[in-house]
Design a protein around this ligand. Structure first.
Ligand code: NAD
Length: 505
C-alpha cells in the first residue's frame, strides 16, 4: 500500500474542510468502542492558536472516568479478544487500520492543524505518512515476536515466553499529536496489550478519531480507548492507577519525573519516558558542504515552529568557520520560515501551540538579550492575530545562558562558538538532556570520536533529523529511559515468562 499522502487543496478548500470537520467533530471520550461523556459532564475548551478562537469543547476526565476507561481496557485484555487472536489476524486488522488512516488523512491532518497550529503541508507530508509507517512496522513484527528455548540438562526443558504486559496507559504531548500517540499505541497494540490513551489537552481531537478508526478496521472494542482531560487530573489518575500495568509517557522532563513518582506511589507499574531535549549540532571547521550544513541548522531549529523534542537548539560552530557560518545562517534563516495561516499549503511556520507558549518563548528571548547574547534577527511577533513568533537567531551565546540551558520549544536558534573538538564535546555534554545531536565534519576520526563521546540517544553525522522505523529514538540522561520506533520499542511492551519443566520425576 502506498503511504504517500499528498494534498493539492487550496487555502479556501482547506478552510472548507476545516469547517466541515469541526461541525461534526467528536468531543467525548472513546471507551469500549463508543463515545461517552464525562460522568460529571465536565468539559474544557480547545483553542485554535492561529486565531485564538475556541474550536471545540471537549469532555474532561476525572478519576472516575479514568476508572471506567481502565476497566474497559482490563476487561478486553482479560477476555483475550486481542492478545489471544492469531497474530496474522491482528496484523490484518492493523494493515486495514493504516488504510483507513490513509483514507481519512485530510480529516486527521486538519484536526491537528486546527488544534495546535502545525502547517497542513507538514501534517500531510510528514506526520500522517509517519503515523502509517509506524503502524505498518509494528504490525509487520507481530508474528516475529519469539520466545526462546534455553540450553539445559536433558531432564529439564526451559523456555521463555514473551507476553504482553496488560493495560498500558499512554500519555502524549501536543507537538505531533497523532504521531507521538501512535509511537506509543502502535507497539503496545502490536504486542497484544490494551490501551488507554490520554492526549495532551492542547490537541485532544485527532486521537479520538484514530481510536474510532481502529474499531472500524476490526479492532475489538475496549482494546484502544481514549480519554481527554487536564494533565494534573486525568493524566495523573491514569499514571497512579493500580490497574494500569505500564505507563508510557512523552512530554516534558518535569512531568516525566512525576511519572516515576506516581508509579512508586501506586503499583510499581513499568514506566517508559520520552522527555525533553537541548540537542547540540556540532559544526567542525572541516565541514565539507556548508550549504547543506547551514540548511540543516535552519531546518533543525525552525521546523514545526521549534516545537520539536530533538530540535537542534544549540548550534556549536568551530571558530575558524564561525563568521562565515553566521553570515550564511542569517542570509538563509531570516526568510526561510515565514509565519502564515497553517491551513495555507504554502505556510511553513504556524503559530505556537498557545498564547501562553508564545509569552513563554518571548520571555526566553528577553533573557537572551539581558544575558548578553547578540540578537541577529526576529525576537518579536508578526502583526497577525494568533500565537505567532518570528524566527529568531542569537549569536555569541555561551552555554551558561538560560537560552542555552533550558528547552525553549520555539523558533529560537542559538549559535555558540567553540575552540577544537574537546571543547565541542564538553559543551555538547554540559546539559541535563541527552536526546539527540548532529555532527558535521569530513574527518572520519573526528566523527567517530564525537559519536562515542557525545551523550545522546541519537547522533546524526553530516545530516540532521533523518531516520526510518528501524532507528531507535530516545534519550540519554534526563531525556528519558525508553526507545520509540524500532524493534526495541515493541519488545518494551512485552514481558518475559520463564517456564522451567522437569521432565523426569
Ligand atoms: P507536558 O509534559 O506538559 O505534557 C505531556 C503530557 O503529560 C500531556 O498529555 C499532559 O496533559 C500530561 N501531563 C501534564 N502534567 C501532568 C501530570 N501532573 N500528571 C500526569 N500527566 C500530566 O509536555 P507537552 O508540553 O505536552 O510537550 C512538550 C514536551 O514534550 C517537551 O519537553 C518535548 O521535548 C517533549 N517531547 C519529547 C519527545 C521525545 O520523544 N523525547 C517527543 C515529543 C515531545
Amino acid at each position: 500500500m502506498s503511504i504517500e499522502t499528498s494534498g493539492s487543496n487550496t487555502l479556501e478548500q482547506w478552510q472548507g474542510i476545516a469547517q466541515r470537520e469541526l461541525s461534526a467533530v467528536q468531543t467525548r471520550f472513546f471507551i469500549d468502542g463508543d463515545y461517552r461523556d464525562a460522568i460529571d459532564g465536565a468539559r474544557f475548551e480547545s483553542i485554535n492558536p492561529a486565531n485564538l478562537e475556541t474550536i471545540a469543547v471537549v469532555s474532561a476526565a476525572n478519576e472516575k472516568d479514568v476508572d471506567v476507561a481502565v476497566a474497559a481496557a482490563r476487561k478486553a485484555f482479560r477476555s483475550g479478544v486481542w492478545s489471544g487472536m492469531a497474530p496474522r489476524e491482528r496484523m490484518e486488522i492493523l494493515y486495514r487500520y493504516t488504510k483507513l488512516i490513509d483514507d481519512n488523512a485530510e480529516q486527521l491532518a486538519v484536526l491537528d492543524t486546527l488544534d495546535m497550529g502545525k502547517p497542513i503541508s507538514d501534517m500531510l507530508n510528514g506526520d500522517i505518512p509517519a503515523v502509517i509507517s509506524t503502524i505498518q512496522f509494528m504490525a509487520e513484527y507481530i508474528d516475529k515476536i519469539e520466545g526462546t528455548v534455553t540450553n539445559t540438562a536433558s531432564d529439564v526443558m526451559h523456555y521463555v515466553l514473551r507476553e504482553p504486559i496488560g493495560v498500558v496507559g499512554a500519555i502524549s504531548p501536543w507537538n505531533y499529536p497523532l504521531l507521538m500517540a501512535i509511537w506509543k499505541v502502535a507497539p503496545a497494540l502490536a504486542a497484544g496489550n490494551t490501551v488507554v490513551l490520554k492526549p495532551a489537552e492542547q490537541a485532544p481531537l485527532s486521537c479520538l478519531r484514530i481510536a474510532e478508526l481502529f474499531v472500524e478496521a476490526g479492532g475489538p472494542p475496549g482494546v484502544f480507548n481514549v480519554i481527554n482531560g487536564i494533565g494534573e487530573v486525568a493524566g495523573k489518575a491514569l499514571a497512579l492507577h493500580n490497574d494500569v500495568d505500564k505507563v508510557t509517557f512523552t512530554g516534558s522532563t518535569e512531568v516525566g519525573k512525576l511519572m516515576l513518582q506516581y508509579a512508586g506511589q501506586s503499583n510499581m507499574k513499568r514506566v517508559s519516558l520520552e522527555c525533553g531535549g537541548k540537542s547540540p549540532q556540532v559544526f567542525m571547521a572541516d565541514t565539507a558542504n556548508l550549504e547543506r550544513a547551514v540548511s540543516a541548522a535552519c531546518d533543525g531549529i525552525y521546523t514545526n515552529m521549534g516545537e520539536v523534542c530533538n530540535a537542534g537548539s544549540r548550534i556549536l560552530v568551530e571558530k575558524p568557520l564561525y563568521d562565515e557560518f553566521v553570515e550564511r545562517f542569517i542570509a538563509e534563516g531570516k526568510d526561510a520560515y515565514v509565519p502564515g495561516d497553517p491551513l495555507d499549503p504554502q505556510t511553513n511556520l504556524g503559530p505556537l501551540v498557545t498564547a501562553e507558549a508564545q509569552q513563554r518563548v518571548l520571555s526566553f528571548i528577553e533573557s537572551g538579550k539581558q544575558e548578553g547574547a547578540q540578537l541577529e534577527f526576529g525576537g518579536d511577533v508578526p502583526e497577525m492575530v494568533g500565537a505567532y513568533i518570528n524566527p529568531t537567531l542569537f549569536t555569541n551565546v555561551n552555554n551558561n545562558m538560560r537560552i542555552a540551558r533550558e528547552e525553549i520549544f520555539g523558533p529560537v536558534a542559538s549559535i555558540l562558538p567553540f575552540d577544537g573538538i574537546d571543547e565541542a564535546i564538553a559543551i555538547a555534554n554540559d546539559t541535563i538532556y541527552g536526546l539527540a545531536a548532529g555532527v558535521w565534519t569530513s574527518d572520519l576520526n573526528k566523527a567517530h570520536r564525537l559519536i562515542k563521546e557525545i551523550e545522546a540517544g541519537v547522533i546524526w553525522v553530516n545530516s540532521f533529523d533523518e531516520g526510518d522505523m528501524t532507528q531507535p529514538f530516545g534519550g540519554y540522561k534526563q531525556s528519558g529511559n525508553a526507545r520509540d520506533k524500532c524493534v526495541e520499542s515493541i519488545l518494551s511492551y512485552t514481558q518475559s515468562k520463564s517456564a522451567w519443566i522437569r521432565l523426569s520425576e
